[in-house]
Design a protein around this ligand. Structure first.
Ligand code: KIV
Length: 285
């Protein structure tokens, strides 16, 4: 498969080809996603909830995402790598945003950054970053870094007025130069209108079937978590059960002494074994 670029991702919308995006935070997973032809990998700040044990994405740092993005990049996937800019890593000043987005590419090996929000101040930051030559993916609708302001993980754009406000944000992000945007947790009708209005690809999560592509958090769709069951996540596997079964089997065999067996152990030649035991015997007297 040819390596995906922001250009080829944009062309997919023109050709009516759906775009497949998933999160990944490590090299082996990135290699698997590349092997099966996923178009884009998001090194999301969801690493906080998925891997680091946080309850939200707020505590995730730039260093955390860069660390995981660099691991993904070392797998050299054919997928476009998008590094998620974490909470407060791009809103303090234009200088801070430029410097940190630059680090995401230089140290994290990302090929684009994702930035949450559609307010005028975020749009202006997006424009500056794009002008500096860094591709930006926008993110509107539910923006998890603003959950305290939004009053929790609530569906956005539910009324006609709210939907129209989101369309305006999307248009401004496109005008600012974003190459695509995530739309999170909005009614299908709202996402449809946004997708029909902008010419850049929309990537939905909890936004219905009309977006130009879809993204899910990999560990949610693989079924790693027992208690996290949002309506928009379809479980394609039950990795939690697979891990539990494998670990239980291993524990049982270790306790019974049936692992490691001959097949999983190394042996000396008979001659060396004889010499070794001969020595032990002569030492015993
Ligand atoms: O961090 C993440 O995984 C995300 C997706 C939910 C879009 O931002």
């Amino acid at each position: 498969m040819a390596r995906k670029t922001t250009h080829s991702i944009r062309l997919m919308k023109n050709k009516g080809k759906k775009i497949v995006m998933l999160t990944a935070y490590d090299a082996p997973t990135a290699a698997i996603l590349s092997e099966v032809g996923v178009d884009m990998i998001l090194v999301g700040d969801s690493v906080g909830n998925s891997l680091l044990g946080y309850e939200s994405t707020i505590p995730v740092t730039l260093e955390d995402v860069i660390h995981h993005s660099a691991a993904v990049a070392r797998a050299r996937p054919d997928c476009l790598i998008v590094g998620d800019m974490p909470f407060m890593s791009y809103k303090v000043s234009v200088e801070q945003a430029l410097e940190n987005c630059g680090l995401m590419l230089q140290e994290g090996g990302a090929e684009a950054v994702k930035i949450e929000g559609g307010s005028d101040s975020v749009v202006s930051i997006v424009k500056t970053i794009v002008d500096a030559g860094i591709p930006v993916m926008g993110h509107i609708g539910l923006t998890p870094q603003s959950i305290y302001q939004l009053g929790g993980y609530r569906i956005q754009g539910r009324t006609a007025d709210m939907a129209e406000a989101l369309v305006k944000q999307a248009v401004k992000l496109e005008e600012a130069g974003a190459f695509s945007m995530v739309i999170e947790l909005v009614p299908s009708e709202t996402a449809k209108l946004i997708s029909e209005t902008v010419t850049i690809p929309t990537i939905g999560i909890g936004a219905g079937p009309y977006c130009d592509g879809q993204v899910l958090v990999l560990w949610d769709m693989l079924g790693l978590f027992e208690d996290f069951k949002p309506k928009f996540v379809k479980k394609y596997a039950n990795v939690r059960e697979l891990i539990k079964n494998a670990v239980s089997e291993y524990s049982k065999e270790v306790r019974e002494g049936t692992f490691p067996d001959k097949e999983h152990s190394f042996e000396m030649t008979e001659e060396e074994t004889g010499r070794l035991y001969g020595r032990t015997k002569s030492r015993d007297g």
